[in-house]
Write a protein that binds this ligand. Structure first.
Ligand SMILES: NC(=O)C1=CN([C@@H]2O[C@H](COP(=O)(O)OP(=O)(O)OC[C@H]3O[C@@H](n4cnc5c(N)ncnc54)[C@H](OP(=O)(O)O)[C@@H]3O)[C@@H](O)[C@H]2O)C=CC1
Ligand SMILES: N[C@@H](CC=O)C(=O)O
Length: 427
């Protein structure tokens, strides 16, 4: 039996999938007996389809894919939560299996999508939605199923990790580093999703939901990106023996789920400090297995298409063998989200302030008022245009108090000259 595929979205990942199918279709059949055929391809305009040699099966209307009775599996690779939601939900309602790389959709409408799949008795597979080419969802749903998982954390956004690496190692500006990441196909269609942390928030929401059997949506994840991080911060971190990474963190605590995305300073000796460029790494800690780490390329056509096609072939194998979907929604519990205000950690905060007397004393007063104990204050860079950069490192403090400090300093008369950059410090 030939399993018929319909693909919607022919950009970076969709193009990668078409290429894999063209190059390896015969191998899949010879090695594994899995016979798949791409019968319909949909996108907004035909240029990408022509470039990948599939113009003969091209359509601009995704309904042509959903309404084709021959298609067994729909592959959604357009991204976003509007048209993609119609494609995914429509395909499931039409009785088709679905493979998607869409983390925004799964982290926002995951409950609806999983319910539709359960009702239809069809599979919804989304390995590529987290960690690009790294197998992480399937191991968590299968190989690690015997564990109680208490922590999942790591670097899950290739674009920002690539940018931070290029900024540190090659002195690239933020804008130049982002442009490169976009050219390499790492960034989302709207790269603010990467740099503002929303892509990582979606991914950690998906991982936390699976790990803790309790649904976490991306809106529930405290999210900060790297927009305010400058080369001055990266240099300051290095001088202190640290690097800066955009970390996605999910812990099961006695209070519930502590889940957040923010720039974090890590000692250069930390395992995650060596994860550079487009690479991602995800730690998973289970009560039986102990510590595990998953590592690989987190973005780009090849890695993402590898994960998508892995799902497609597994679903196709099930279709051929008549195997019903085994695991549907596993979010059986309802754990509360721990408020970010409760976090206790050390902080690096850089303020660009007016270069005049009295500023340091005024700021010291605010820190003292809120019981945030300062470990060091250092001036960085040159005094320019009547401003100076002050770097504060605190002892362990409460997030709420630090937020109060920032709010009060912002209210001080004509002191702040820019948004402070705030980085949490892990030892
Ligand atoms: N890039 C990566 O490294 C990774 C991406 N992903 C995920 O994969 C998905 C696709 O990403 P990527 O390939 O990078 O995105 P691209 O922007 O490169 O490709 C998106 C494709 O969808 C098409 N499209 C957009 N809107 C519509 C629509 N309304 N109807 C039909 N087609 C449409 C686009 O056409 P047009 O070009 O005309 O806009 C384009 O062909 C996203 O969910 C993303 O989050 C997951 C892992 C890694
Ligand atoms: N934009 C994402 C792509 C993969 O999910 C990233 O940079 O990690």
């Amino acid at each position: 039996m030939t399993v018929k595929l319909g693909l919607v979205g022919t950009g970076t990942v969709g193009g990668g999938c078409i290429d894999i199918l063209r190059n390896h279709r015969d191998d899949f059949k010879r090695h594994y007996g899995i016979d798949v055929e791409l019968v319909r391809v949909c996108s907004r305009n035909p240029e990408q389809a022509i470039a990948h040699g599939v113009e003969d099966i091209f359509t601009q209307d995704f309904q042509d894919v959903l309404n084709d009775p021959d298609i067994d599996v729909v592959i959604e690779l357009i991204g976003g939560t509007t048209v993609a939601r119609d494609v995914v939900c429509g395909a499931l309602r039409a009785g088709k299996h679905v493979v998607t790389a869409n983390k925004a959709l799964m982290a926002t409408y995951g409950e609806e999508v999983m319910r539709l799949a359960d009702e239809a008795g069809k599979e919804i597979a989304f390995e590529a939605s987290v960690g690009g080419g790294i197998p992480i969802i399937d191991p968590m749903k299968h190989s690690l199923i015997a564990n109680r998982i208490d922590s999942v954390m790591g670097i899950v956004n290739g674009t920002t990790n690539y940018m931070l690496t290029r900024m540190v190692e090659d002195g690239l500006s933020y804008d130049a580093a982002l442009k490169e990441a976009q050219e390499k196909g790492f960034a989302e269609a709207d790269p603010t999703a990467d740099v503002d942390g929303f892509d990582a928030a979606a991914k950690i929401a998906i991982l936390a939901s699976i790990a803790f059997n309790s649904r976490v949506t991306m809106g529930e994840v405290h999210t900060e990106g790297i927009r305010n991080i400058t080369t001055m911060d990266l240099d300051a971190a290095r001088d202190m023996g640290y690097c800066v990474k955009l970390l996605a963190i999910a812990h099961r605590t006695d209070e519930g789920v502590d889940v957040r995305v923010h720039p974090t300073m890590l000692p250069l000796s930390h395992q995650l400090a060596t994860v550079n460029g487009v690479f991602n790494a995800i730690y998973v800690v289970g009560d039986a297995v102990g510590e595990t780490m998953f590592f690989g390329e987190g973005a780009g056509a090849g890695p993402a298409a590898s994960a998508v096609m892995g799902d497609v072939l597994e679903v196709a194998r099930h279709v051929q063998q008549g195997i019903a979907p085994i695991v549907g929604c596993t979010c059986t519990d309802e754990l509360p989200i721990v408020p970010m205000d409760d976090l206790k950690t050390k902080y690096y905060i850089r303020f660009k302030v007016a270069d005049r007397s009295g500023v340091l004393a005024a700021m010291a007063g605010v820190f003292a008022k809120h019981n945030v104990s300062v470990y060091s204050v250092v001036q960085r860079g040159k005094k320019e245009g009547g401003t100076v950069d002050l770097v504060y490192v605190t002892h362990t403090a409460c997030e709420k108090s630090v937020r109060d400090v920032l709010a009060e300093i912002a209210e001080l008369d004509d002191i702040l000259r820019d948004e402070p950059s705030l980085i949490r410090v892990e030892d």
